[in-house]
Design a protein around this ligand. Structure first.
Ligand code: NOJ
Length: 549
């Protein structure tokens, strides 16, 4: 088989550790919980696990506010638990991938405590301090500047007030960050997911921008994302950390223009893959983590995906995803309201596991987990949901409407605890779960689905195993089909004349398609027990394979 790297041939599984598996009864997940589920992950067929941050943190943003880059938060366990996880995962041919959050630290990090203490301490210049603030809005809402009485100055925070931005212009800061990443490499991690990296370079001049909201502020994203000169920092990062290791890097890159992609990924770039969000942000304002539900068309989704497939055809590699810890559950987001969640989850699972690139499965996606809709904002933990709720009220929406937006887009939708079985608390914890368990857990859980050959879980396992052995799915070209069709998502994967076709009906109606597009191929797999060529039942997805291949 063509010369692909290990991470191009396997699916990656994303774990939100706080919600994965609790072994102590405290109501939050831990590292031993992850280790106890490695057999489950091996059976699913994943070759790497991306852990969202497990470092010490005040948990204002659930770990994305880090107070020590080279230790483990005690709620997750100890460094010995981490070493055990690495070893046990290795024994199952699974690598552990760490999340590097290098745009900002927690305001409780020792570096910030020192930096804020005076204007002339050794770390005085490690963060972004200014005498005047600008009208920039932080990504979670409100001003991106916070006044610090000790210094009589403001500091910049792209995200929450408790997440001050680091000053990458300072070489000591960069050195400290690179050293921390190398610490984890020495432990044998298989790669890094790099958080919010497009924000690390700030413009030379800090000035007000034209407001994009009723608050008179402008999103910090518009003012700072992918600022010129950022690539110099990133090449240094690559040289000092990534080069020479058999790892993969995937960076969260909101704001990188399509024409600039070659500078960011691939042979001349910095990272192996970039998470870009055009296909999951179809109803989102530029740079925001939240949106008001607006309608999008299937052709827009197909176009966004086709663009990414084209952009990474000859350069770089695509991380395929429909879910992560910042997004609602894909079944709710992409399919009509009244959809059968099992059929819907299989549709998205099929596309995820048959496109070109490395599929990222987010915990619970393989079970078909769905959104929650709690009846008051107080029940939501997510800092972004709370901030955006306030923005909606300030913009004149009623409390009911603001809550409806939260239901639609809250990050807590993806953060409810993993559903392991039908016992109390879905087998996630013996204590009180930190977020309520979804009330569908008696049907939608790993144990029940393991025993059901038609479950979403067994479908993911089957397709993942099929993909791992299919040269067409691993590196075949991506060919768009039925591009203008608003009902059917269709494409082919091709290695010369060997082809696999995927067709998915995204509607609740029966639809037809011209059978000529399938050539001589034969039906091999789908989410209904029987299939009629030329017809797709509501939410039906099918795979066809060219007879000659
Ligand atoms: C992106 C992460 O995915 C998100 O969860 C976090 O809130 C922000 N970056 C800030 O680190």
């Amino acid at each position: 088989m063509k010369n692909l790297k290990w991470w191009q041939k396997t699916a990656v599984y994303q774990i939100y550790p706080k919600s994965f598996m609790d072994t102590t009864g405290k109501g939050t997940g831990d590292l031993r919980g992850i280790t106890s589920k490695l057999d489950y992950l091996q059976k699913l067929g994943v070759g790497a696990i991306w852990l969202t941050p497990i470092y010490p943190s005040p948990m204002i943003d659930n770990g994305y506010d880090i107070s020590d880059y080279t230790a483990i938060d005690s709620s997750y366990g100890t460094m010995a638990d981490f070493d055990e996880l690495i070893d046990e995962a290795k024994a199952r041919n699974i690598k552990i991938v760490m999340d590097l959050v290098y745009n900002h630290t927690s305001d409780k990090h020792a570096w910030f405590l020192e930096s804020k203490s005076s204007r002339d301490n050794p770390k005085a210049d490690w963060y972004i301090w200014r005498d005047e603030k600008t009208n920039w809005r932080s990504i979670f809402g409100g001003s991106a500047w916070e006044f610090c009485p000790e210094r009589g100055q403001y500091y910049l925070h792209t995200f929450a007030t408790q997440q001050p931005d680091l000053n990458w212009e300072n070489p000591e800061v960069r050195r400290a960050l690179f050293d921390a990443a190398n610490f984890w490499l020495k432990k044998g991690v298989g790669g890094f997911r790099v958080d919010a990296i497009t924000y690390i370079k700030k413009p030379a001049e800090f000035k007000d921008g034209e407001s994009d909201g009723k608050d008179g502020l402008v999103s910090v994203h518009i003012m700072t994302a992918a600022t010129k000169g950022i690539l110099d920092f990133l090449h240094e990062f690559k040289r000092e950390v990534f080069d020479g290791h058999d790892i993969f890097t995937v960076a969260e890159a909101n704001g990188v223009a399509a024409e600039d992609l070659p500078k960011w990924v691939g042979s001349d770039g910095v990272f192996d893959m970039l998470f870009e969000f055009s296909h999951v942000n179809l109803s989102l304002k530029d740079g925001e983590i939240w949106c008001r539900p607006t309608k999008w068309k299937l052709t827009e989704l197909k176009q966004a995906i086709a663009n990414s497939q084209t952009a990474t055809k000859n350069n770089g590699w695509y991380p395929i995803f429909f879910e992560n810890h910042d997004k609602p559950r894909s079944v709710n987001h992409f399919l009509p309201k009244a959809s059968d969640p099992i059929k819907a989850a299989k549709i998205l699972g099929t596309i995820l596991l048959t496109m070109r690139g490395t599929p990222f499965i987010y915990e619970g996606q393989e079970l078909g987990m769905t959104n929650v809709a709690w009846d008051s904002i107080e029940k939501y933990n997510d800092i972004s949901s709370r901030g955006q709720y306030e923005i909606a009220l300030n913009e004149g929406f009623s409390k009911e409407k603001a809550l409806e937006f939260v239901h639609f887009f809250s990050r807590d939708n993806a953060r409810t605890p993993m559903q392991w079985n039908s016992s109390e608390n879905a087998g996630f914890t013996a204590g009180k779960p930190w977020l309520p368990i979804h009330d569908d857990y008696k049907i939608c859980n790993a144990a029940t689905e393991d025993a059901d050959k038609n479950s979403v879980l067994n479908y993911f396992r089957k397709l993942n195993a099929f993909r791992a052995n299919s040269e067409i799915l691993l590196f075949g070209d991506y060919e768009e089909l039925l591009r203008d069709d608003e009902n059917i998502f269709a494409f082919a994967r091709a290695v010369e004349n060997k082809k696999i076709y995927v067709l998915a009906n995204f509607t609740l109606n029966e639809v037809t398609f011209p059978t000529e597009i399938l050539g001589q191929s034969k039906f091999i797999l789908g989410n209904y027990t029987a299939h009629n060529k030329g017809v797709l039942k509501p939410l039906e997805v099918v795979l066809y394979k060219e007879a000659t291949s």
